[in-house]
Design a binder for this molecule. Sequence first.
Ligand SMILES: [Mg+2]
Ligand SMILES: [Zn+2]
Length: 199
Amino acid sequence: MLRPAVFFDRDGTLIEEVNYLNSLEDIHIFQESFEAIRILNQNGFLVLVLTNQSGVSRGFFNEDFVRTTHRVIERHLMSKGGKIHGWYYCPHHPQVGDEKYRKICRCRKPGTGMIEKAIKDNPEILLKDSFMVGDSLIDLETGWNANIPSILVLTGKGKRTLKEISKENRKKIDFVAKDILDASKWIINQVKGHPKGSL
Ligand SMILES: [Mg+2]
Ligand SMILES: [Zn+2]
């Protein structure tokens, strides 16, 4: 059965933004994330995380560290009943880094490569009823590029994003949410309020 998905940015959205997180001790999951993921699960959404990690290309940390970080976050969320269905990261950078990682890729947000990969891995995703949530313009653009609604959270860089965004882009944001929980509740209401009831 097809199910809608919520694609979350990681830094500043699911966990606190620290500039190029490179120590497991610096992982601080927002308190709101636990309930947010749980209620999305309960309402039938797949939950996926899409994160640009150019720190790999820049040599600040390696891919193993990124994957370990995700396992740590996942374990914490699981302990409170929240399930993440997939983690996707882009280790590349278009200009910086060694040959392996310095390239123009399809995965780096605002590209939709990670969404496409997520759909390949989870064919039950119903993209047209899915949502993108993040604290940066590139997150919003990722959603727009995939033709799904984009929600801005005011955590992380969100307040600055809102302040600096163009009028034209401001109009395209579907919802400005206080945090990930606020965003998730809004998403659930959208789908419940849908006349055909996608769930
Ligand atoms: Mg972010
Ligand atoms: Zn990439």
